[in-house]
Ligand binder design. Structure first.
Ligand code: PMP
Length: 390
């Protein structure tokens, strides 16, 4: 039979996470450290706003770029925060929608995109799908912004540098100094920055610095999914100052022929969300961060995460295999090599703890990601089991 699938489908490999989910589905009441979404629910007041909008008949398409009131409010917020005058705004179907539109707008085949490694998994696949070339810049072992290495990675084909702070999967928050240094390099070399700030509210040790403050050729993507636990509502936005107004306009054109608009009733609720105080959630998540860090350090090698709700932990070195005996890798469900993080992940899953192997988010397979967006009870149980495996 003629091949029916387009070649680009080969460029996406979602197997790592899917296998963890599939294995998890067979477990009864697992400790689920695999999910990238908050464990609290959308606050009732915001649910009421969405219900009100639906009942009031706000169920049709909105403007392509988004509900006027919501756009105005977002514009006011980013202007106050960054001193932007009359910013360009596009309401997107989640930050994922914003990323696809941004990459479609910016990346020509062969264009290079610099991405600190580890990275949020969809960057790589979207860039590849559009014919771009990912240039990974290693940020191990401390996961700080590798400014020098980024500078060295710039070539004549570099189109974009991606920033994600707080970072998924490491929980790293880049320092003001590092961000300023990167802004300087980007300005000197005249390269665009895309900053994915979906976790900006989940910042535990002071404020998270934003490169928007230091470089006006920055495309800002932020979202509602994580801050208000509305991952299923599919809401985010893209914003830019004057130098990138055209980028937002072209993204809007592509939205018109793809997503059409973000979900209208939820856009109405998002207007209220922007006024909703999330401090209690963040305080609760800071405690979870402390629990996981204090529980694992000593036994595992890990950097204290400053934000988001992830820890990126080094898998323990495997026990020495006595000479003449082969390591037992035969039953490897996730095709983990002997001694790889994937092999450790398999052991953890067998004990009922779902974690994600680091190679889903990285060119290396040495770490695993924990999402601690779960109950404190489960976190404590999970820590005990993981410590027993170290
Ligand atoms: N960026 C990062 C860094 C993320 O972790 C996620 C969600 N896991 C997204 C973007 C996409 O989120 P959404 O599409 O729900 O806004």
């Amino acid at each position: 039979m003629k091949r029916i699938l387009a070649d680009r489908t080969d460029l996406i490999d979602a197997s790592g996470i899917r296998k963890v989910f599939a294995l998890g589905a067979t477990l009864k009441d697992p400790i689920n450290f695999s999910i990238g979404q908050p464990d609290f629910d959308v606050p009732d007041e915001l649910k009421e706003e969405a219900i009100k909008a639906i009942k009031a008949g706000q169920n049709k398409y909105s403007q392509t770029a988004g509900d006027e009131l919501l756009k105005e409010k977002i514009a006011e917020r980013v202007s106050n925060e960054f001193g932007w005058e009359n910013p360009a705004i596009l309401v997107t179907s989640g930050v994922s929608g914003g990323l696809l539109l941004a990459f479609m707008t910016l990346i020509n085949p062969g264009d290079e995109v610099i991405i600190p490694d580890p990275y949020f998994v969809i960057y790589k696949h979207l860039v590849n799908m559009l014919g771009g070339k990912c240039v990974f810049v290693d940020s191990y072992p401390d996961f700080e912004l590798p400014v020098e290495k980024i500078s060295e990675a710039v070539t004549g084909r570099t189109k974009l540098i991606l920033l994600n702070s707080p970072c998924n999967p490491t929980g790293a928050v880049y320092s003001e100094e590092q961000i300023k240094a990167l802004a300087k390099i980007a300005a000197e070399k005249d390269i665009l920055i895309l900053t994915d700030e979906i976790y900006e509210r989940f910042c535990y040790d002071g404020n998270c610095a934003s490169i928007v403050n230091y470089y006006d050729k920055t495309l800002l993507l932020r979202g509602f999914s994580k801050s208000y636990a509305m991952t299923g509502w599919r809401l985010g936005f893209a914003a830019a100052a004057e130098p990138l107004r055209d980028v937002i306009e072209e993204m809007t054109k592509i939205q018109q022929y793809t997503f059409v608009c973000a979900p209208t009733p939820f856009q109405k609720a998002a207007i209220a969300a922007l006024d909703y105080e999330t401090r209690d959630f963040v305080d609760a998540y800071r405690k979870k961060r402390d629990l996981i860090y204090e529980g694992l350090k000593g036994k595992f090698e890990l950097i204290k995460p400053g934000g988001a709700f992830y820890a990126f932990v080094k898998a323990p070195a495997p026990l020495e295999v006595p000479a003449g005996k082969k390591a037992n890798t035969g039953a490897s469900l996730l095709t983990g090599q002997a001694g790889s993080a994937t092999e450790f992940v398999e052991k953890a899953i067998a004990k009922g703890v779902l974690i994600i192997p680091g190679n889903v988010f990285s060119e290396k397979d040495t770490h695993f990601r924990i999402s601690y967006a779960t109950s404190n009870k489960k976190i404590k149980q999970g820590i005990e089991i993981l410590r027993g495996l170290a």
